[in-house]
Design a binder for this molecule. Sequence first.
Ligand code: CMP
Length: 224
Amino acid sequence: MAQEHNLAFLKRVPLLASLSEAQLETLAASTVRRNFAKGRTIVAEGDSSQALYYLLSGRAKVQRTDAEGKEVILAVLGAGEFFGEMSLIDDEPRSASVVTLSSCDFLAIGKESFTELMMASKEICMAVMRGLVVRLREADRKIETLALLDVYGRVARVLLDFSEDIDGEKVVPMKVPRQEIAKMIGASREMVSRVMKGLELDGFIVPLGNGRLALRDKIRSYLH
Ligand code: CMP
């Protein structure tokens, strides 16, 4: 019964769209669907890998922590994205932790059957490679941001990355805590608060309530 349930979910996962019914059935047997509340660790940096994960809903942050407990956020993942593929491919420990930023529904797909499927399906290999390339492009962009932009530019970059086009306006549709922004750009929370206040006073960002923000076009001037 649980397996049939998983099968129905797997059929809707774009990453697995190329698989045959028989391959999906094999995968369903080693797949569990789970829900974690906000603030839970799905994958812990340094652990050995047992599974690949696919986010069905919610948001999760990818982070690394140094010996003193200082954290840096490498990425924020959303519905339709997978994670946990790196250690599955190179058999090294988990490269980072993945922690839920909201309630998250996700699939945990068993390592062995997924590895077998990568061997069997060119399409799955390509989909995983495409995912890795997207991440490399993002990482390149982040290096550029950190190396070339001042703290205003870095905050502007994060806000634009979180924004969506709503009724012709760029809107950050949810509250992004200043502490989280600080961990993404290597600045203190106090510095981020100061920059956000400055951006608001100068009319680059406009609070819309509930932590939502409208971004004015001129905020892009900080990216040069
Ligand atoms: P893995 O190393 O198995 O476990 C941690 C996961 O975090 C990793 O696989 C990737 O799926 C994900 N991850 C690591 N670094 C990044 C990054 N820079 N951007 C997005 N996801 C990442």
